[in-house]
Write a protein that binds this ligand. Structure first.
Ligand code: ADP
Length: 569
């Protein structure tokens, strides 16, 4: 049906298209009030010129002079305009499609089908853009996995519907024999889909993830793109060095460099990579003068390559983003924990160093008494002073390590013999225990070295053993007794500190490891809280249990052999 014999039909089509366009604009409501006519005309003019120029450049395997080609990057341009500037630009697209038919394809179709198919292109792509942005939240500037999947699903589906309608009108207006309908649909669908999903992702990558690429070191970028290009060239050489029916045989080789660049550089590299591969393929196919059927085959394979590359690139970006988020969240948690414990740590300093300071006072007192003896024993005095000095050094060390832990969370792990460390702590606590009438027994099996910050662990042990001595001192009729056991585990070491005291009071049992929980008149309730903090920082645990219903407590510390230290880093 042509204009000559179908004036009424043409009138119908134009009326239908116009009212559909008006309806779409009303529905989308995206005609910006402030859109100046001059600006609209300028953008529209530039777009139309670019559309005509690009269509003229890309007349590849045109079907019967109907303006249906196997590669339509103009459709990426069209969708890009509608996505970026809104569906208010659909009339511009209508005009551009009309002009292309008139000037590039020499008015080969009837006027009616030219108008109808141009309207299908304009309305179809406007609907596609509206569906993507409004329905799926797609934005050109975002290249997250969701947007990429939305693009890869919606575009092939949308272009298929457009191709069906477009060719339907061609058949209706007698510009295409009905038997060629599916061939034309395939032709148009392949050309439009490849055109859009190769070019549009480049725009998405350019506005979205190019920043990520800029953060990559230039040398790494150079090596990655060099390896990619080398891979592509080798694959293309293999593909095209075999003439005839076997030309697709080595196509799969192109998946290797595309996957490589997607994995190395994410979506931006994948988008640019598939674009480069496609352009090189186009050049080789045009140069080789391959028939349309071969070209169609390549375009379909390119589609698979694009899907693979873009999805892989988007997944790599997503993975990197979630890794970054995880790192940021971890750093935030560590910072908050450190701040929360910093106050408790500050107060606990006094608690931590009170033990060595009272030892200093004791050794100085002993020294003074020894001085008063007649005759004075210089060796014992020196020994007492040396012990006082060593305790002062110990207090200084504690101050330094705690300061490190609070300010930078630095642990200084080193392979440590926990048997020897426990022996030292038990010996240190010996005087205090004896003063309380408590005996301390050590049962230390030989254990493998454990990578810990020895001083911080020593602090934890002192806290727990001192508590046990305090509790055992209240054992009542029985002599107070504390047992410390060191044993090897499968992949760690366990230290148990057991006492026969009255047991943990019910009042504090539920909150035992929280700061400022104490039942002692002069206690600060920080020893166990700090111990849990320090042991936790070594990847270990501390827990307690009742030994008997009427009393007794067992504290168990478990440490892995090579803990992931540096929780506070
Ligand atoms: P502090 O010793 O300053 O009270 P801790 O955090 O070391 O602070 O201990 C908190 C509380 O836990 C103690 O006041 C005590 O009531 C209870 N506790 C700790 N160890 C034992 C134990 N071995 N037996 C009974 N109660 C204990």
């Amino acid at each position: 049906m042509s204009l000559g014999d179908g004036g009424t039909a043409l009138g119908d089509v134009v009326r239908r298209s116009n009212s559909a366009a008006a309806g779409l604009l009303r529905w989308s409501g995206s005609w910006p009030r402030e859109l100046a006519p001059a600006q609209y005309a300028l953008i529209g003019g530039i777009f139309t010129a670019a559309y005509l120029g690009l269509e003229w450049l890309t007349r590849v395997h045109e079907l019967e002079g109907l303006g249906i080609t196997l590669w339509n990057p103009v459709k990426a341009l069209s969708l890009g305009l509608l996505l970026l500037k809104g569906v208010a630009y659909a009339p511009v697209l209508f005009l551009a499609a009309l002009l292309v038919d008139l000037f590039i394809y020499g008015a080969a179709k009837s006027v009616a089908s030219t108008v109808a198919t141009s309207a299908v292109v304009a309305l179809g792509y406007a609907a596609l853009a509206a569906g993507l942005t409004r329905g799926l939240g797609f934005a050109v500037g975002r290249s997250d996995l969701r947007s990429v999947i939305a693009l890869l699903v919606t575009v092939p589906a949308g272009t298929f519907v457009i191709a069906c309608l477009y060719c339907g009108f061609l058949v209706w207006f007698d510009d295409l024999p009905a038997r060629q309908y599916w061939e034309a649909v395939q032709h148009l669908w392949v050309g439009d889909t490849v055109g859009v999903i190769i070019i549009l992702p480049v725009a998405m990558a350019a506005s979205g993830s190019v920043q990520r690429l800029a953060e990559t070191r230039p040398a790494v970028l150079l090596i990655d793109s060099g390896a990619f290009l080398a891979g592509v060239l080798i694959a293309l050489w293999l593909i095209f060095s075999f003439e005839g029916a076997h030309e697709y045989h080595f196509f799969y080789l192109l998946f290797l460099p595309v996957s490589w660049i997607a994995m190395r550089t994410g979506f931006v590299g994948a988008a640019a990579g598939v674009c480069v591969v496609h352009l090189l393929l186009l050049a080789l196919i045009s140069w080789g003068g391959y028939p349309a059927s071969t070209f169609m085959g390549y375009q379909l394979l390119v589609l698979a390559l694009v899907f693979n590359g873009l999805l892989l690139g988007a997944v790599v970006d997503e993975r990197r983003r979630s890794d970054e988020l995880l790192r940021e969240q971890h750093a935030e948690v560590v910072r908050m924990t450190r701040h929360a414990t910093a106050g408790a740590m500050g107060v606990s300093l006094a608690h931590q160093i009170s033990q060595p300071l009272s030892n200093v006072a004791m050794y100085l007192h002993v020294g003074r008494q020894l001085l008063a003896d007649k005759p004075a024993d210089p060796t014992s005095i020196a020994e007492s002073l040396e012990k006082a000095t060593s305790q002062l050094r110990h207090a200084k060390d504690i101050l330094e390590r705690l300061r490190d832990f609070v300010s930078r969370g630095t642990l200084r792990p080193a392979p440590t013999d926990l048997g020897a460390l426990t022996r030292k702590v038990v010996a240190l606590a010996g005087d205090d225990a004896r003063a309380h009438g408590v005996s301390v027994r050590l049962e230390a099996a030989s254990v493998p070295p454990v990578t810990v910050d020895a001083l911080q662990l020593e602090q934890s042990l002192i806290n727990v053993i001192n508590n046990a001595i305090d509790a055992a001192a209240e054992a009542g009729r029985l002599p107070g007794c504390v047992t410390v056991r060191v044993a090897a585990l499968d992949k760690g070491v366990r230290i148990e500190i057991e006492d026969n005291g009255p047991g943990v009071s019910d009042v504090v049992a539920k909150h035992l490891f929280e700061p400022f929980v104490t039942t002692k008149p002069s206690g600060m309730g920080l020893g166990l809280a700090l111990s849990r903090e320090l042991i936790g920082a070594h990847g270990g645990t501390i827990d307690w249990e009742r030994i008997r219903p009427d009393g007794g407590a067992r504290f168990t510390i478990e440490l892995p052999l090579s803990p992931e230290v540096g929780h506070g880093a």
